[in-house]
Design a binder for this molecule. Sequence first.
Ligand code: FES
Length: 177
Amino acid sequence: MSEITAAHPSSVSPPADGHPSGDDRFELIDKHLRRVHYAQDQLIETLHVAQDVFGYLSEDLLLYVAHALRLPPSMVYGVATFYQLFTFEPPGEHSCTVCTGTACFVKGADDIVAGVAEAHRVSVGQTSDDGRLTLKTARCLGSCGLAPVVVLDGEVLGHQDIDSVLGKVAAAVRGGS
Ligand code: FES
């Protein structure tokens, strides 16, 4: 892990032109941190903001948050990895989330997962080598009446089967972002 040596953010005035890191997205995180007064109990909320801004939590980003909140990096990493809502790899251009809750499972969700994984050579929780597709699973998405449910690029698709999902995923990936 790299070491953060910059002064604590709370002791640094907002820069006149751009964040000192060279990446202005950090200013959005700093703005949130100032709003919550760098409170340590705002860790999870801060991680959400960081993920919303950057799309995923890189190691550098986790260290930045740890430093800003004056928390041990190991604790921040532990909290982040405990929650399935956080992701640590850059997302692919497209994302396919298959619900594997009970109702979806009994209607073949596992076959859908396996089919997409094989067709796109991607493991669950990972992004394909070409960066085109991220495959995830989720516990019940709250739409059991539509089982099995797949969320493709934010669109909820109900009553799916392996062929319909493979077709839709292939079309999305072919069609670009
Ligand atoms: S189990 Fe899949 S939506 Fe409920």
